[in-house]
Design a binder for this molecule. Sequence first.
Ligand code: FAD
Ligand code: NAP
Length: 337
Amino acid sequence: MEFKENFSLKPFNTFGIDVKARYYNSFESQSELEENLQTKNHGQSLLILGGGSNILFTGDVNGLVLKNDIRGIDIITEDEHYVYVKAGAGENWHVFVQYCLQHNLAGVENLSLIPGNVGASPMQNIGAYGVEIKDVFYDLEAYHIKEEKCFTFSLNDCEFGYRDSIFKKRFKDQFVILSVTYCLRKQPIFHTQYGAIEQELVQMGVNKLSIQAISQAVINIRTSKLPDPAVIGNAGSFFKNPSISNEQFSTLKESFPNVVAYPNNDGTFKIAAGWLIEQCGWKGVRRGDAGCHPKQALVLVNYGNATGKKIYALSQEILESVQEKFGIMLEREVNIF
Ligand code: FAD
Ligand code: NAP
């Protein structure tokens, strides 16, 4: 078992932050994971890495970084309405989406082109354009690091919430997700009402709706709006959209009639964090190589050589100014290390 020492993580995080891992290795199976942990995990801090697209490194990792490279996508069973597909945690998420599109399996088309890997999809219950992973989730297998055994988590066990799950809260840093099984529909239910999807479908000249057309529409919108991490380092939305009570919302709307907000099912209102940040004048602002993206204020970017500390400091300034202007405390969505 060969560990790389003082290994640069720059190619392994989409922010492109140049930090080092004291020890680094990858694993392609549960047994390789166990072997890694037995050899090197004595007292070391441990970070499990997927595609590195939801992480901000603020310094070197003085411990062990293990990249999950477990592969494989297999149909395991089907019934009248659903096909159950199991994917290794190390599979690229969009490759999995493409597999579903090729097999005419519906449910993940709105989640096209989200960076990262299958194993992280339940971590924050990834979501986009009105669909979340919980809508297609069946179960997952995860390895308990301390107990050294595997557990199966059902939909209820995962306690999915808005960009949230049990793995970000009570079970944080306790499990390694090995595989996820999704249940995909044989007959699609189309979700096109969200954002610019309908407009894009018209522009594409689509007159017969399909999951492939929706996926292409989502890809077109995303590539036109979001910075490509291969060109400008970023980790997508840096903050979550905050939710506030009905009363707070009424007060806010009196002072800011143009506030961008959406009602939640529980009577609260979700406020577009990008709008709050833009109103505070941050869109396009740069602090050296750390910046707030000129097209999408919710995305913080690394123009080249920003350190994680600089990006974190910028996020803190943004957070404080939103709190001061609107009385709303933003929460970071990106995982800080
Ligand atoms: P990483 O960044 O590698 O890891 C994230 C966290 O999960 C870390 O804490 C890590 O330790 C943990 N982790 C990863 N894999 C495992 C595992 N197998 N077992 C245990 N823990 C693990 N997110 C959305 O929800 N919706 C979007 O639309 C979206 N758009 C994005 C657009 C861009 C341009 C970018 C850069 C990011 C976007 N994201 C979006 C955020 C990100 O892509 C997702 O959160 C993605 O699921 C992260 O996957 P990853 O493999 O890169 O995770
Ligand atoms: P957008 O369409 O400009 O919308 C801005 C915000 O308003 C979004 O954050 C979205 O919330 C919300 N919204 C828009 N239409 C809505 C509706 N009909 N009902 C409820 N809420 C609505 O957003 P965007 O930045 O281009 O992103 C498009 C989608 O991709 C969003 O779902 C977004 O979450 C997702 N995305 C996520 C990341 C990430 O890193 N997490 C990065 C890029 C894009 P929601 O965010 O709750 O959907």
